[in-house]
Each structure stands twice: as C-alpha cells, then as structure tokens.
Design a protein around this ligand. Sequence first.
Ligand code: CO
Length: 251
Amino acid sequence: MALSTEELLANNRSWAASVKRKNKNFFEDLAAKQSPEYLWIGCSDSRIPPNEVTKTGPGEMFIHRNVANLIVHTDMNLMSVLQYAVEILKVKHVIICGHYGCGGVLSSMQNASHGLIDKWLRNIKDVYRLHRKELNLIDPTVRANRLVELNVIEQVYNLYKTSIIQRAWQKTPNTPELHGWIYDMHSGLLHDLQVNPKAAYAEEFDQIYRLDFPDLNTVAGTKPVEKSATSGNSVAAGTGKIRIEPLPKKK
Ligand code: CO
C-alpha cells in the first residue's frame, strides 16, 4: 500500500538521522556548496531514480527531468538548467537518459489525443518522421524500443545544436562530454549508445546549425582567428567555406 504523506515525512526524519550518524557534518558541508560533475537529463518516469541507479549521492548530480527526456530549444526551463550547469557549475558530463517502455514514446506512436501533452509529444513524432524508413522495417512489437534509442540520439544532437554547448566546446573542445544512455527497466541496467554528435553529424551540423561567437574569437582547437577588414561571417561547409559578405555601408 502507498505510504501516507505523514509517513514520507517520518521516513525523511529517520533518513536524515541515519546519514548524520555516519557523518556528523554531512548536511552542513553539503549546504555550503554544490559541485556536481554530471548533469542528468532523464524521463520523469517514477521508475528511474537517477541517483539510485548510478549509486550517486546528494551533491553529485544536477538533475532535470521531463516526459521522454526531450531537449526542446525553446524550453526555457531546460535551457536555464543547461546554461547554469555548463557555465556556472561547469559539469564535466551531460547525460541524456531514455528508457525502454517509455510511455511518452509509446503515446507518440499512436494517434489518440491526450490534451496539452500532445504538443510535447509532437517532438517525438518528428524523430519518428526523420527515421521513418528504418522504423517501418522493424517488427511493430519492438519498433518502440528503437524509437526510444533514436529519440535519445536525436536529443544528444539537439544538445549539440544549443548555443550553450557550442560556446562551451568552442572554449574547450568536447567539454562537457555528451552522452546518450538507455535504462532497461527489466534488468536495471544502463546502456551507453556511444553517441558522437561530431562524427555522426558533422557536415549537416556545420552547414546550418553552427554558431560563431565573435567575442570568443576562436575556432575550437585552433589559434584565435585573425580579423581582417573585409572578413564577413563564414559558415564551414565540408572542407570549403561559404562566405557571407558583410552588408554594404549606408551612404
Ligand atoms: Co519515459
């Protein structure tokens, strides 16, 4: 039977007491400062407690959760979490964790309307559309598992497209590292999908999503770019460069 909220509060008191018995200063030390090395972006599903499945404790993981672990670039909540984690906390890893049997992913594969959440799940339908050919070849009983994986992969790409990650990588290449994981509820195990947005996505990304930051004045891994009077913005396209000429001066 489910616990009452009074029981939850009683549980909390006994938990705090047991932590203090092991380490008298635990809460005072943690209250002074947090310096987590990981940002976890996972599904809101109650069956995947991030700290528990990774054996991490308070202070070790900065956490954001939403339905189906989506990176939506107009989501100010997530973008604020990401910016704070990357630029202020300076996390070393950003982990996107999906899971097989995700209700959000399953719903997105159907046509029934569920109200407001339809708008959120639309983002997963877009992932389906991008990978329709592959998905339609898969046995319908296991098709959802592949969509769960493809959704995580696309969300890692979405992370890579954000100005926040692009700025960070322009300062220090590949930092923070981006990871795409899947949690299997039947085994309790996490699987690393080994997503490398740079390898998988380089050309398409470079052409249209890449942002230049003039204030940084560097290209990742190289010396500062020399400015010349005639230089406009340029967008790398494969090995060549497309030059966008500066606007003519007004007379
Ligand atoms: Co889910």
